[in-house]
Design a protein around this ligand. Structure first.
Ligand SMILES: Nc1nc2c(ncn2[C@@H]2O[C@H](COP(=O)(O)OP(=O)(O)OP(=O)(O)O)[C@@H](O)[C@H]2O)c(=O)[nH]1
Length: 675
């Protein structure tokens, strides 16, 4: 499936990320594509684009832009697999581009490259990641992760290695937990970086991104227990990751009998082979090293094996004076008195004070660097994990960091990334709105069909849009804290009939794209503390309802009222007058027999066109519910008549009344509803 998405995306020149979104909602696009190419691609010389491609547009308006008939565009869209399309259907940028390609429009490169990114990571948004220069590559220490079944000895190995690293550095025995540490091998005096929390969120995120920050995985298997379920899981992961592997068989000190030890080692080796691990025993290159992290037996051998494997792997990274620093955030937090801190594993280049690092939605002008012993250092080199201070906001664990020229560049790319994220969020809302429009349209059509058949009872209830009706809002606020506060305050307003739906929330005055979004999504824009709105925004030509607030409870009150007003109205009949039907007169008019009810007003006032109900018998069964069509006093037509007066009345489309019927005049009163 994924491969199909990609090939289709490639055909249309759209990104993997966007195409994935595209086809997640309209899978038929994919299915219909192959047929549609020959069926519908418009031939002839390519046309020049004379308009900017909007991020969102309704089919209706796109037809205007393309100067074609709506019905033709709808037909073509259906050929492309948009099976739920109608005039109000909102198309997002990817779809618009797709259609423009089918309509043979030429794309300038800048447009194609505009918003499309594979995934919204710093690397994909920031397009100035420098290419690695092979001449500047230098060996770097291997980065190693330890995996294995529960209780097989991962932590004990880490503890052993940590202690040895502390002894080497003579630092007084206290290390900081920063997610990684380095040791120096006893014989070759080479460095190895160990990541000490391989299961944490950062790793999962990095793995999702396909980032291999680890070079080598040590698979730990206990000599006593042999291969266990989590060992197999780890093997599966190692194979998928493509990492190099060394197997460490732990707890060998527990089996002192050499023959028994040999037997158990053999069992594990065979188990590994049966799971396609090519160990040295069968001529493969995966080393299996029996160790004891308790006694330290063979631990030096394990460390030297890692070094020799890393030399074979030729692990290198660029580290010239001008090399761009890149790396990964292993952990991050807000520390009391210090502020935002993050542990970074350096991948490339040398990190030093003053450098500016871009990371997701934040950046850092490096203020201070600390190593794993809490010692301030002036620089950090590839494969080293260090604590970095100076972050504007706490970066997310698992995010990549990229060095940029200066703070202005970082801010520019952060805002670009935020725009893309906002666009992605809007895309999801547009999907929801399209689904809702489709359901509502279907219901309307069904109702129309049924009313033509004059059979009100057969409305297909199953076609009713499911879930509450969304009332859309766009929030604009002075700072991100307030936009979040407004979002939190109103997002739950509503009930199972109508509810508040926030299309987007962001900082600043409403801009053109907010107005466009409000137009296509039929949203109201709520501005909180944004200052004075320019007149052209407030009285915008699109007539978007923009409201300003400086007090949050006022905003909440207003939104509650807007949503309450959208509740289906409920009416109650309010009695205005009562009439006795005392006599029936009939006469012939142009061969037609006309009946007139001779009545006396017993209470209130009656007007022509009043709503009335005719009630019969003791049970007061309603035999007619409609309107008065004529009201006469003697032979005169009158518009209103009061209590005690006699009159002649006819009713709209009803003559089947009897002497003794009671007539009630009423009006429909809208009952105030509450959420
Ligand atoms: N005798 C001996 N005991 C060991 C050795 N390695 C680990 N142990 C013991 O085995 C138990 C589990 O070891 P851990 O290092 O906590 O195992 P782990 O794989 O980190 O366990 P989890 O973190 O729960 O997955 C502890 O009681 C250790 O002291 C070893 O080489 N020899």
């Amino acid at each position: 499936m994924w491969r199909n998405y990609n090939s289709c995306a490639k055909y249309y020149g759209i990104s993997k990320f966007c195409s994935q979104k595209l086809f997640s909602t309209i899978p038929n696009v994919l299915l219909a594509r192959q047929d549609s190419i020959s069926k519908f691609k418009i031939k002839g010389s390519p046309k020049k684009l004379t308009f900017a491609i909007p991020n969102f547009i309704s089919v209706n308006k796109l037809a205007n832009l393309l100067n074609c008939k709506i019905n033709d565009l709808v037909k073509d869209l259906k050929k492309l697999g948009f099976d739920k399309v109608n005039n109000d259907y909102i198309l997002s940028r990817e779809y618009i581009e797709l259609i423009l390609q089918e309509y043979n429009y030429e794309f300038p490169r800048s447009i194609k490259d505009n918003l499309h990114t594979e995934e919204i990571t710093s690397r994909n948004v920031y397009n100035e990641v420098k290419k690695i220069k092979p001449d500047h590559l230098k060996p770097r220490p291997p980065v190693v992760t330890i995996m294995g079944h529960i209780d097989h000895g991962k932590t004990t190995i880490i503890d052993y290695l940590r202690k040895s690293s502390i002894v080497q550095k003579e630092s007084g025995g206290i290390t900081q937990h920063i997610g990684a540490f380095q040791i120096e091998t006893p014989k070759t005096k080479k460095l190895i970086t160990f990541l000490d929390t391989p299961g944490h969120a950062a790793f999962l995120k990095m793995r999702e991104r396909g980032a291999n920050i680890t070079d080598i995985i040590i698979l730990v298997v206990s000599l006593e227990d042999s291969i266990m379920p989590q060992t197999l899981e780890a093997i599966k992961h190692i194979k998928a990751s493509g990492n190099e592997l060394i197997v460490a068989i732990t707890k060998i000190d527990k089996i002192t009998n050499p023959r028994e030890r040999e037997k158990l080692l053999e069992k594990i080796d065979n188990g590994l082979i049966s799971h396609d691990i090519a160990t040295e025993k069968i001529g493969g290159d995966i080393q299996v090293i029996p160790i004891s992290a308790k006694t330290g037996e063979n631990m030096d051998l394990l460390e030297e094996s890692i070094i020799s494997l890393s030399e074979i792997m030729d692990i290198k990274s660029e580290n010239a004076p001008k090399s761009q620093t890149t790396g990964w955030v292993l952990e991050s937090q807000v520390k009391k008195m210090v502020g935002n801190v993050a542990t970074i594993l350096i991948k490339n280049g040398t990190l030093s004070k003053g450098k500016v690092l871009l990371c997701g939605n934040t950046y850092c002008k490096v203020k201070n660097i600390f190593n794993e012993f809490g010692k301030q250092v002036s620089k950090a080199t590839p494969s080293q994990a260090v604590l970095v201070l100076g972050w504007k906001e706490v970066p997310d664990a698992g995010e990549e960091i990229i060095e940029v020229k200066d703070e202005a560049t970082a801010k520019r790319y952060i805002s670009k990334r935020q725009n893309i994220l906002e666009f992605e969020k809007n895309l999801l809302n547009v999907d929801k709105i399209n689904e809702q429009n489709y359901a509502v349209n279907k219901l309307k059509k069904q109702k129309l069909l049924n009313s033509e058949k004059k059979d009100e009872d057969i409305i297909d209830i199953s076609e009713k849009p499911t879930g509450p009706k969304d009332i859309n809002f766009i929030i604009k606020a002075d700072v991100s804290g307030s936009s979040e506060a407004v979002r939190d305050a109103i997002s739950d307003i509503g009930n199972d009939e109508v509810k508040c739906n926030i299309i987007s929330s962001s900082v600043g005055l409403p801009n053109d794209s907010d107005l466009k979004m409000a137009e296509v999504t039929n949203s109201k824009i709520l501005c909180f503390n944004v200052g004075n709105l320019p007149n052209e925004i407030l009285n915008n030509s699109k007539k978007i309802d923009i409201r300003e607030y400086t007090v949050i409870y006022k905003l909440i009150e207003d939104v509650t009222e807007i949503i309450t007003d959208e509740l289906e109205p409920i009416y109650e009949n309010k009695q205005l007058a009562t009439i006795d039907l005392r006599q029936i007169f009939s006469y012939q008019l142009k061969k037609k027999n006309i009946r007139i009810a001779g009545c006396k007003i017993t209470n209130g006032k009656v007007s022509r066109n009043s709503l009335i109900q005719i009630k019969r018998g003791e049970d007061e069964e309603v035999v007619y519910d409609g309107t008065i069509s004529s009201l006469k006093q003697g032979k005169e037509d009158v518009s209103e008549i009061g209590k005690g007066k006699e009159c002649g009345i006819t009713f709209t489309n009803f003559e089947d009344y009897k002497v003794g019927d009671k007539i009630v005049v009423y009006e429909k009163e809208r009952i105030k509803r509450y959420l």
